[in-house]
Design a protein around this ligand. Structure first.
Ligand SMILES: [Zn+2]
Length: 107
């Protein structure tokens, strides 16, 4: 049986990117971009910085993994101590991975 009317829906050009932390592929807009600029490695919240970029989830787990080496590899750059501390402080603003979104009850 063939469905005629619907042509294979051309995905509306959603750029996909790979998270360097967990290697999942997701639409670009759901990712954070990290760029190697002349001043160092930065989190590119505007998505407009020029430079070699890499993408990661806004999940701390991915950042932890990425900072272990995958990010530097993706950017083809060494992370300086300064880069690293900037990335780490950004990482600390990210939510911890919560198992199933249940509200924290015991504090
Ligand atoms: Zn990830």
């Amino acid at each position: 049986m063939k469905v005629k009317k619907k042509p294979v829906q051309r995905v509306k050009h959603v750029p996909q990117r790979t998270c360097v932390g967990c290697r999942d592929v997701l639409p670009k807009r759901q990712m954070l971009r990290i760029v190697r600029t002349a001043e160092g490695v930065r989190v590119d919240l505007t998505g407009k910085l020029a430079g070699r970029g890499a993408y990661m989830h806004d999940r701390r787990e991915c950042w932890v993994r990425g900072l272990r080496g995958a990010l530097a590899h993706a950017l083809k750059a060494e992370l300086t101590a300064d880069d690293r501390s900037q990335l780490e402080s950004f990482m600390n603003t990210l939510p911890q991975d919560t198992p199933t979104g249940t509200a924290e009850t015991n504090k």
